[in-house]
Write a protein that binds this ligand. Structure first.
Ligand code: SIN
Length: 349
């Protein structure tokens, strides 16, 4: 027969063996504000204030996320994302990296306003060193609205971040039952829950049956060429919008303001009106790096079609939209002003 003390030992051993099996996966939840942290005064009103609900409340309001994961909340900032800055990208990037470097953390979820979410997502995609899932999530309606979308989006983001199938896919955005790659995603509508899209590639996955389902295989390179650990600011890069009759004054103003780079959101295939083209050639002579992209929102700007890129020293932005071309150019300028190297980044990242 067993003695009482032996029963106790067996009991303690079973608890020790079971604990890792019962322990929930640990997820870092970095909150930055946005409509997902917004509140309005009436369920049917479209008026609300973004970025007022703290991360502790976001976690408490969706108990389903704590049922599936141990959530480590971190309030990085509390901003509507129209107020997001490159300095804040660096802070978010460093804090996310610090969380991902912890062995126990299986993935990160970042709550963010939807207006500039695509820029933060691409910045993180270019700079985080990890194979773990990183999912940005927001909402188009505040939690106080009838038909609020934030709770379901947040739950799906956490569930996606703890899925074994989500590793090694780079940074993703989850909105409206849909998973997008950071490089390809853009916000395409001002208020509908289905606002997000990837015009060139489509989404990388869907969320259904309580799990993420990917439409493509893992093909993500892990190594990032950019190291933000010692950076406290990024080089200034302006975006100039092309239109019929646009003046060169915007380009000159950007150069006078000290921009080290200009992304031209040109018309059509990144085309430039003659005055703007002359001003950009002059900007090149002042050492400003010029990237040609397009205001069209889909497709790829091609080299040497109607513009003599080689002669003028213009970099061609490929399929990146102007706001994402700006993110890449800012990071590229932390390393080099060599046009071939910068073009190489645009061709591959
Ligand atoms: C914002 O980007 O912070 C406001 C809009 C939103 O989150 O949907």
């Amino acid at each position: 027969m067993f003695k009482k003390s032996q029963f106790l030992q067996i009991g303690l051993l079973s608890v020790a063996l079971m604990t890792p099996l019962l322990a929930k996966p640990q997820v870092a939840l970095l909150a930055t504000g946005g409509t997902i942290a917004g509140a309005g005064h009436a369920r049917t009103s479209s008026q609300y204030t973004a970025a007022v609900v703290p991360v502790t409340q976001l976690i408490a309001d969706v108990p389903e996320i704590s049922a599936i994961a141990e959530i480590h909340g971190d309030q990085v900032c509390q901003l509507a994302s129209q107020a997001m800055t490159p300095e804040m990208w660096l802070k978010i990037g460093k804090q996310t990296q610090a969380q991902l470097d912890k062995e126990a953390i299986v993935g990160a979820v970042i709550t963010h306003g939807t207006d500039t979410m695509e820029e933060t997502a691409y910045f993180l995609d270019l700079t985080l060193q990890t194979t773990k899932p990183v999912v940005l999530v927001g909402s188009m309606r505040p939690g106080t609205a009838l038909g609020a979308d934030g709770a379901a989006n947040l739950y799906q983001a956490v569930k996606t971040a703890i899925s074994d199938n989500s590793a090694n896919r780079g940074v993703m955005v989850l909105m409206n039952d849909t998973i997008f790659a950071a490089r390809e995603v853009t916000k395409g509508h001002p208020f509908k829950p289905s606002a997000f899209e990837s015009p060139n590639t489509g989404p990388v996955g869907d969320f259904h049956d309580n799990a993420p389902f990917y439409l493509s295989r893992v093909d993500r390179k892990v190594e990032s060429p950019f190291d933000i650990r010692k950076l406290s600011a990024l080089p200034g890069v302006a975006i100039i919008y092309g239109y019929a009759g646009s003046s060169a004054a915007q380009v000159r103003a950007a150069v006078q303001e000290g921009a080290r780079g200009i992304v031209m959101a040109g018309v059509g295939n990144g085309n430039l009106n003659p005055d703007t083209e002359k001003a950009l050639i002059a900007a090149r002579q002042d050492g400003v790096v010029v990237v040609r992209s397009s205001r069209l929102g889909s497709g790829s700007v091609t080299k040497e079609a109607e513009v003599d890129d080689a002669k003028h020293g213009f970099v061609v932005g490929g399929s990146l939209n102007p706001q994402k071309a700006r993110v890449l150019l800012m990071l590229a300028l932390t390393q080099t002003v060599d046009l071939d190297r910068i073009q190489g980044y645009f061709d591959t990242l």
